[in-house]
Design a protein around this ligand. Sequence first.
Ligand code: ARG
Length: 303
Amino acid sequence: MKKCLALMLTGVMAMSLLTACGKDNAAETTGDAVAEETETESQEEESAEAEDASAENAETESAGEEDGSTDADVASGVLSDGVLTVGTNAEFPPFEYVGDDGEPDGFDVALIKAIGEKLGVEVRVENMEFEALVAAIGNKIDVAIAGMTITEERQKVVDFSDPYYDALQYVIVPEGSAIASMDDLAGKNIGVQLGTTGDFIASDDVEGANVSQYNKGVDAVNDLINGKVDCVIIDKNPAQVFAEKFEGQVTAVDGAQFGFEVEKYAIAIPKGDTALADQINAALKELKDDGTFDELVSQYIEN
Ligand code: ARG
């Protein structure tokens, strides 16, 4: 991933950067300026990988596959260094938050660690701003797990694993508020976490809304409590955690009342890295089949 840092300095557009840094895509982009710059380093690796892959199809390089623990039969280059660098935004309980030890914890963190174990790689979690995650995939981080909803916009830049959780936006309102429908939201001051689907709803779908974007959901909720915003649009489970935390002051209203659509969380991966997608999906399936996934749901989400 280091090779991409030099590129970043050239200020190349995020899209080109992602394409150039995706190892599987490097060869395809030959001819464009970015690909040329990465040629020396990237292509060495590319050809090494190609040899690995063609040398023997049955021979898999991922450590996790030595024990036959995944179905995928081609290893992704991302895992070849034995480390999966994962970006998250630990401001989204119960999916991710900073634990008592100062390290990211939560359902997503536990899930990706379990996936890493299946794949035989070490998982390193980087806590960063939610807004920055998608563009960081393929350079600063390998993948992102952050209660991230699959959206068409994001799919232009990254691929997603199979979905692992259904979600819905909720509306946090002050206790006793009359806000109960989409019409009630019109013209309101709405707090959101920057770059989230709650932000997109408030900014794009709500008539005449005045949207305040925060880096942390909890800051939006604090401004709700001190009256700076009228409501906060955020995913169901974090909304419920915040409503519980500030019990008596705010309540979380079901987004179905507002006509919000069901969303699906998935792990965001470099565009075109189907080998990695296959490996992650295989690991995810195993965790569902062996009951680990459900254990994590009851440990982190349902309790
Ligand atoms: N599901 C929403 C989205 O994808 C919000 C995710 C926010 N996640 C976080 N870790 N802060 O836009």
